[in-house]
Design a protein. Structure first.
Length: 339
């Protein structure tokens, strides 16, 4: 079993995603220069980046079209003065009431049977529309010791059958930590499923390493990966290869998107996204209406428009390629599905 070429390739891949993660574009001037865009057209109050810094992984940047301010990938990461609180007084910092469903640090228990763990405090990217941009990660990133309280909480409640790794982005954490946590959870007899909510394989496809596949497929828990992609152009050949490696290992693959003005709020974009996902072996799951968190108003699409778009998808696609339009309501027993 010692194929030296194979081993060398593994090591390369493992180093590579960490290097890419350590070398994100964080300066708007650099971002715009790479895209041949003039920074003079982007007046930016320093407060915008102070409250939510710029973070763009280079493999994602490479898929953007040069010279195009309206590029749907760029729009998702481009900081704008419109994010400032002054222009957005109605939105709250915690629209989902998550601070009430947080019994132990690192764990959210809102819905019956499943708990969400904030496994990593950071992401490979900063999506400007992110509803967790104000989340208290400081309190919610347990060290190893504190993970024990999370594990104990789950072990005490036999109704919990599914654990969801979230964040931040769980795959921004290293495989050693993730393998350790998974092994600890696996010994809880009533747990059946392990779900991973992640955008990292889209941002940095090199993240799908054999180390990742080893712990994901080596657990008795049935793994489900829910990717987060909003536009077909995010899914280039490198991403397709990464997704191939996941599906070749028998993982159930789903995708959730956020409905975003100027990114995917038209039938064509949504149809292409569903078609492309299916080509790669991924089924659309949720299409989320934006949560009204502070600073994201410029991405908002109305519920009426969301319903209209999903209706148009229904006329053009098989039912299994139409995502469920969803919105979270604080205190509700489930995500509210509107269509
Ligand atoms: C979205 C979410 C879930 C998962 O909900 P599903 O409808 O099962 O996808 C679980 N817990 C929390 C806190 C969530 O926000
Ligand atoms: S990957 Fe998800 S959690 Fe991270 S910034 Fe983007 S939307 Fe937010």
């Amino acid at each position: 079993m010692s194929d030296p070429v194979f081993q060398i390739r593994n090591i390369d891949a493992a180093e590579k995603w960490q290097q890419i993660l350590a070398d994100l574009v964080t300066d708007p001037k650099e971002l715009l220069k790479i895209l041949d865009l003039d920074p003079a057209h982007l007046p930016l109050d320093p407060q915008v980046l102070e409250s939510f810094p710029l973070k763009v992984p280079r493999p994602f940047l490479a898929r953007m079209e040069k010279g195009n301010w309206q590029d749907p990938l760029l729009r998702q990461v481009l900081p704008l003065d419109q994010e400032l609180p002054a222009s957005d007084t109605l939105a709250t910092r915690d629209p989902l009431g998550e601070e009430d469903s947080n019994p132990v640090p690192g764990l959210l228990h809102k819905y019956h049977g499943r708990v969400l763990l904030t496994v990593a405090p950071h992401c490979a990217v900063h999506c400007r529309y992110c509803f967790r941009r104000h989340f208290d990660y400081q309190r919610n990133t347990p060290g190893r010791q504190a993970w024990q309280s999370v594990i104990d909480y789950i072990a005490r409640d036999p109704q919990i059958t599914e654990v969801i790794y979230s964040g931040g982005d769980p795959l921004a954490a290293g495989d050693r930590q993730l393998a350790w946590l998974t092994a600890s959870l696996e010994s809880i007899p009533h747990l059946r499923r392990l779900r991973i909510h992640t955008r990292t394989p889209i941002m940095i496809p090199q993240r799908v390493t054999s180390e990742l596949l080893a712990w994901l497929t080596g657990t008795r828990l049935r793994p489900v990966l829910v990717l987060h992609s909003n536009h077909a152009r995010e899914l280039d050949e490198q991403v397709a290869d990464a997704i191939d490696r996941l599906s070749a290992n028998g993982l159930t693959l789903l995708n959730q998107s956020v409905l975003l003005k100027g990114v995917n709020d038209n039938p064509q974009a949504l149809i292409e996204l569903s078609e492309r996902l299916f080509e790669l072996g991924v089924l659309p799951y949720y299409l989320h209406l934006l949560d009204p968190v502070q600073g994201v108003r410029h991405f908002e699409v109305s519920e009426a428009r969301g319903l209209q778009l999903v209706e148009q998808l229904r006329h053009r696609l098989p039912g299994y390629l139409v995502p469920r339009l969803a919105r979270e309501v604080a205190g509700a027993a489930a995500k509210l599905t509107l269509a």
